[in-house]
Design a protein around this ligand. Structure first.
Ligand code: HEC
Length: 193
């Protein structure tokens, strides 16, 4: 083996090692896929409403004027990303809360702003969807109190039980590279190249 070939192989190995790493990064990316909003639904009076319709009513009644979704919006009311969870994952409870509001605390009764139970169900479907978004653990387990504490944020990370996938990938590609180099060397020795 001459020096040029050694250098080339030295470059080839890290280059090919990138393959399992790339696959792994895609794997974790795909694992974070969010649900299809058309399939996240709320039933009310025999009608099925989905989160796409819900986003429209959410905009129509200007919830963002006071609230945030994943931190975007206004900061008068609490973030609504996990509001569905705080409502006990109950479509009816969440719709009811919107319609009657919490007037003493600044949440206006939406029925006074023209919201009917159908629109409330639509909006609930959107909030149900928001609750299913993969936000990497943000805001945290349901508390929106602005007391500055970050209780129980769970970051997504590489768990030890998943490391075998990386190791197997590296071994697999190393064996392939090694095989190719050996075959090449053998043919070279036999004078066939
Ligand atoms: C005028 C401002 C304002 C608007 C507009 C508004 N809200 Fe609120 N909302 C608030 C405030 C303030 C609270 C907090 C009440 C409290 O302190 O408990 C709240 C509370 C809530 C809660 C319960 C708290 C939680 O997150 O668990 C939900 C759910 C909610 N709002 C949904 C909505 C939806 C949906 C809309 C649009 C249809 C909307 N709000 C429009 C001000 C508003």
């Amino acid at each position: 083996m001459n020096n040029t070939r050694l250098v080339l192989i030295g470059l080839l190995i890290p280059a090919i090692l990138m393959i399992p790493y790339s696959i792994f990064s895609f794997y974790t990316d795909f694992a974070n896929k969010n649900p299809d909003p058309a399939l996240v639904t709320v039933d009310f009076n025999g009608i099925t409403f989905n989160a796409i319709e819900g986003k429209k009513t959410f905009e129509q009644y200007q919830c963002m004027g006071c609230h945030t979704i994943v931190g975007n919006g206004a900061y008068f009311g609490p973030d609504l990303t996990n509001a569905y969870e705080r409502a006990g994952k109950s479509d009816a409870a969440l719709s009811g809360l919107m319609l009657v509001g919490l007037p003493s605390k600044g949440m206006p009764p939406m029925k006074d702003r023209g919201m009917d139970p159908e629109d409330a169900a639509r909006t609930a479907a959107f909030l149900k969807y928001a609750n299913m978004l993969d936000t990497n653990g943000w805001p945290n387990s349901g508390s929106w109190e602005r007391n500055g504490s970050i209780d129980g944020i769970q970051e997504k990370r590489l768990y030890p039980s998943e490391i075998w996938q990386v190791i197997l990938g590296i071994i697999f590609f190393n064996v392939i590279i090694f095989g190719v180099i050996l075959a090449y060397e053998r043919r070279k020795q036999e004078g066939r190249l």
